[in-house]
Design a protein around this ligand. Structure first.
Ligand SMILES: Nc1nc2c(ncn2[C@@H]2O[C@H](COP(=O)(O)OP(=O)(O)OP(=O)(O)O)[C@@H](O)[C@H]2O)c(=O)[nH]1
Ligand SMILES: [Mg+2]
Length: 452
């Protein structure tokens, strides 16, 4: 750990010559043993459970927790003076190599804390970025994480250089000089522009695919929810696919889209993507904008919540806050209250009764409640705008099959010359079935065009 600070600064410098992303060299690489620190009104140690889970996902073991009840953080050191001594004792008593704070710190606070505690200090934002960096697989995912990391790093560059080099290399060693720092900053800015451009190009490809889906008129269901709520498990259960499931925070970063069939036979797409968490770093929201468009452009949001979590209400609120931030708060929402296999009858009923709006209790693991959930989802989808009556001759059953898939069949009645089908359809389907209509009216065609 002794040369971390210089290593970091060197990593920044190498960015010009190396093709490899700077982020790989910058990543704080959360050490094994960490002391967790949180402040807040009426806070207790259990309020750091989530931070401990985040630390665990980043590969760190929590060796101590320190909490401080206070309203406002200390502007210089975040935690107050007395508590700082407690943290110092905890660190050096346990041999911890890092202190992890449950909030985002200012660059100055980070620097001051590192100077006083003599170990690496990681804030909540850096920790989450670290987990994202560990889990990024696709080119787009990696570029998104790196962009978020660089945006985080830029204003903190000077502080880290100074504090860390002093820390690691002993008295007399300086951090990178001002000139070098300025050069580093320029490299980072250039890299940020390049990443933004690359991501724009990658987003365009995704956009083309999505526009195709949107034009098809097939409803798009986006799974969203708190990290580890069981989104990928639910996706797999509903589509029999094999998206990665792990008891880890932010296991999924890349979006997956699959086709599913709703109870009536109507087709829809369903997507699984990155999970949310409270205080989701804004750097990530910016960098993951195109991934999050899976959610912001959906017809319906299937909000998966972990009913077995003691923090259920605050997790639901946190997810809704992020949905609001990304501009998805007006999209219809169905809540899937997941993991009810871990609840008693009584707890289940209580959890459900607290929810407003469309919801169903499910277990993605056992499959319980999934049929009912899909009924609720289908009922919540916007209906097709035009009601039509068709005569489908025998031998043209593909027309009826298409209606079941792409529209809503209201009734079917067999006659000598074919089947009378009453259905509600959208604009595209309307064009395809004109020849079979026995109720055609030009008004409907116009109305459909307006509404779709
Ligand atoms: N008991 C129980 N466990 C579940 C259920 N659904 C998911 N899990 C478990 O919860 C953990 C997280 O599941 P994931 O499907 O990976 O959760 P996710 O929401 O996709 O998580 P991220 O992608 O990391 O945000 C795994 O250990 C699952 O096995 C359920 O209905 N009951
Ligand atoms: Mg997942």
């Amino acid at each position: 750990m002794s040369d971390d600070g210089r290593g970091r600064a060197r990593g920044v410098h190498q960015a010009t010559t190396l093709e490899s992303p700077l982020a790989a060299t910058w990543r704080p690489r959360v050490p094994e043993k960490a002391v967790l620190v949180g402040i807040g009104r009426g806070i207790d140690e259990s309020d750091l459970d989530e931070l401990a889970a985040l630390a665990d996902s980043a590969g760190a073991t929590t060796v101590a927790r320190v909490v401080q009840t206070r309203q406002e953080p200390n502007p210089a050191t975040f935690i107050g003076k007395g508590k700082l001594e407690d943290v110092h004792r905890a660190v050096h008593g346990t041999g911890a190599e890092a202190v992890i704070l449950d909030d985002e710190l200012s660059p100055g606070q980070l620097r001051n804390l590192e100077e006083r505690l003599k170990v690496k200090v990681i804030d909540r934002t850096a920790l989450i970025l670290d987990i994202f960096a560990l889990h990024a697989r696709s080119r787009e995912g990696k570029a998104q994480v790196e962009l978020a990391q660089l945006n985080y790093l830029l204003p903190r560059l000077r502080g880290w250089g100074e504090a860390m080099s002093r820390l690691g290399a002993g008295i007399g060693t300086r951090g990178p000089g001002e000139t070098k720092l300025e050069v580093d900053r320029q490299h980072i800015r250039r890299r940020i522009s390049k990443l933004r451009k690359d991501l724009k190009d990658l987003a365009r490809t995704r956009d083309v695919k999505r526009s195709g889906r949107e034009r098809s008129g097939v409803p798009q269901i986006a799974i969203a929810g708190y990290t580890n709520a069981g989104k990928s498990t639910l996706m797999n259960a509903l589509t029999r696919s094999d998206v990665l499931v792990a008891n880890q925070l932010f296991a999924t970063l890349d979006p997956t889209v699959r086709r599913i069939e709703l109870p009536s036979g109507r087709a829809a797409t369903i997507s699984d993507t990155v999970g949310f968490v409270s205080k989701l770093p804004h750097e990530l929201v910016e960098a993951f904008r195109s991934t999050l468009e899976e959610v912001t452009r959906a017809t319906l949001i299937l909000h998966v919540a972990d009913a077995s979590s003691p923090d259920l209400p605050s997790q639901i609120d946190a997810v809704r806050t992020v949905l609001h931030e990304i501009g998805a708060s007006r999209i219809r929402e169905v809540v899937a209250l997941n993991k009810v296999d871990l609840l008693s009858e009584h707890e289940r009923a209580r959890a459900l009764s607290r929810l407003d709006g469309a919801a169903a209790a499910v277990s993605a693991l056992t499959g319980e409640g999934l049929d009912e959930l899909m009924e609720v989802v289908e009922a919540a989808l916007p209906r097709f705008p035009v009601e039509v009556t068709l005569l489908v001759p025998y031998g043209r059953e593909e027309v009826t099959a298409m209606l079941y898939r792409d529209a809503e069949v209201v009734s079917e009645l067999a006659r000598d010359d074919g089947t009378i089908v009453q259905a509600r359809v959208g604009e595209r389907t309307l064009a395809a079935i004109q020849d079979f209509r026995i109720d055609t009216s030009p008004d409907d065609v116009e109305r459909a065009a307006d509404l779709v």
